[in-house]
Write a protein that binds this ligand. Structure first.
Ligand code: SF4
Length: 499
């Protein structure tokens, strides 16, 4: 069983540890550069890429604006197609539903298609606790699972591992989980893939129940779609008798036409391919073909809270392509584990705090600050999520949450309150200016001169001293603008004197 992110320290501390791992940085730089370059090339081939992005944004916005309507339509379409729809408010409810279905079928194992939603709710942990083994069948997920590791990338969860490390994990662990890796296994990619294929095949053929997520769910027809590159998903979605799909409620699309746009945006943005090698679409139950019992668990788990926030809700447009991770200078150096969540990188920095809520723990509150706000993530996002805007919005929420916690106001709070009081009345502003002018004349006698001849004060005494440690505090002007205006009749007397 994979570990969990529980106990991950706040981002700066976790990042420091990751930065000292040169092997990790080398693996990440190589992998992200390769995917980034591929993406740029295939995106550059599409003249109307920006129009596609705008269309993707508009489709997702429409789906989110009318989410209750489309979800109910999806439920009706799925039910008519023979599927059973379940609604889960949170992770506990979703996990209980899946465990219950698996138990009813008297089996103690399931095969899994890679799914972010099931990672988010730690379904594998819940199944394990119920005595049910969940076998990951995506190659990278298999590496993470066998290595008792944690995913560090949305699309390539084992991006932090190189070939030699993968070979060592396969040789050491495969035999404990099923068919062992051949003893003469090398670190050639083809050999590693062949070992994984042989290991997984017996699981595919034996499993009665499969668990998946879905990239998209079409409301008008009830069709679910999974895109993948290895064919393991196709095996899971077609061979077992029972299929359970855990689907975040934001995955709904109004129509099949919308799917057309998304299937152009997603592969180019994620793997840098023109189309996905495997695109599986299924609609409920088809007698005699594929799983004869189909369940769909529609998962909220904080998504309706995200939807309620006018700035934050754009996060729900995300199609989990991971393009923002591959261009992020912070992610490239720290890797995914430093984010302490199944959602790393820029999307994780905005999604995780919104799903968990800010102001409760230091780790979550550190995530909106794990960015230089360079904006590269927005430039590549296929659904135009303005990640920097949401980051700044969340930073304000974190600051506000901690401000409420403090029993005593800070020096800055007091200074701002005093400024607000003084500037909200013209007579108080004038009095403050007179006092500043008097202070300025006095300070000019005791202050010092900065390079350039400008008079400046020395260090400010008391709690504000930290502010002046690294700054020159200017001496207030001896006369305010208004005093000058009154004295010179708007500058006229000075002009006449100069003539
Ligand atoms: S935020 Fe945009 S770029 Fe990042 S994973 Fe989501 S869709 Fe892709």
């Amino acid at each position: 069983m994979s570990g969990t992110f529980l106990g991950t320290p706040a981002f700066p501390e976790a990042a420091r540890a990751a930065l000292s791992d040169t092997q990790l940085r080398r693996n990440l730089a190589h992998a992200t550069t390769t995917i980034r370059t591929k993406r740029a090339k295939v995106v550059g081939e599409v003249d109307e890429w920006e129009q596609l992005r705008l269309a993707g944004e508009a489709i997702k916005n429409r789906a989110l604006r009318h989410l209750p309507h489309y979800l109910e339509q999806l439920e009706r379409s799925l039910t008519e197609a023979g599927a059973t729809v379940h609604w889960a408010r949170d992770a506990a409810e979703a996990n209980a539903i899946v465990v219950d279905i698996v138990r009813k079928h008297g089996t103690d194992e399931v095969v899994k298609v890679k799914s972010m939603a099931t990672q988010e709710i730690d379904l594998n942990g819940a199944l394990e606790a119920a005595g049910i083994h969940a076998w990951e069948t995506d190659l990278a997920e298999l590496i993470v699972q066998l290595g008792d590791d944690l995913p560090s990338h949305i699309l390539v969860p084992a991006i932090h591992r190189n070939r030699a490390e993968i070979r060592e994990i396969f040789l050491r662990e495969m035999g404990r989980a099923g068919r062992a890796a051949p003893e003469d296994l090398t670190d050639e990619p083809a050999q590693l893939a062949a070992a994984a294929r042989a290991h997984l095949r017996e699981k595919f053929l034996r499993a009665k129940v499969a668990v998946s997520g879905a990239n998209f769910a079409v409301a008008e027809t009830g069709a679910l779609t999974v895109v993948e590159s290895e064919g393991n998903g196709r095996m899971c979605l077609t061979l077992p008798e029972v299929l359970v799909s855990v689907v975040g409620i934001e995955k709904v699309l109004p129509s099949h036409q919308d799917l057309d746009v998304m299937l152009q945006l997603l592969p180019r943005s994620s793997t840098g391919e023109r189309m996905n090698p495997y695109t599986s679409t299924w609609t409920g139950v088809t007698p005699g073909d594929g799983p004869q019992e189909v369940h769909v668990v529609l998962l909220d788990n904080g998504r309706t809270d995200v939807l309620a926030d006018p700035t934050g809700r754009q996060t729900l447009r995300c199609i989990r392509c991971s393009a923002c991770l591959n261009v992020c200078p912070v992610y490239e150096r720290t890797g995914g584990h430093a984010y302490g969540s199944v959602y790393p990188g820029p999307i994780g920095a905005i999604l995780t705090p919104q799903l968990r809520g800010v102001g409760h723990d230091a780790q979550t509150d550190s995530l909106p600050f794990a960015s230089s706000l360079c904006g590269a993530c927005f430039e590549v996002c296929p659904v135009r999520i303005d990640i920097p805007e949401v980051l700044v919005h969340l930073r304000a929420q974190v600051v506000d949450a901690h401000k409420r916690e403090r029993s005593l106001p800070s020096v800055q709070d007091l200074a701002m309150k005093a400024a607000s009081w003084a500037f909200s009345s013209s007579s108080r502003t004038a009095a403050a200016e007179r006092a500043a002018g008097f202070g300025g004349r006095l300070a000019a006698k005791v202050g010092r001169t900065a390079p350039g001849g400008r008079p400046v004060l020395g260090a400010i005494p008391g709690p504000a001293g930290a502010w002046s440690d690294s700054r020159d505090v200017p001496v207030p002007a001896p006369e305010s603008f208004r005093q000058w205006w009154a004295r010179t009749d708007g500058g006229r007397t000075e002009r006449e004197e100069r003539r």
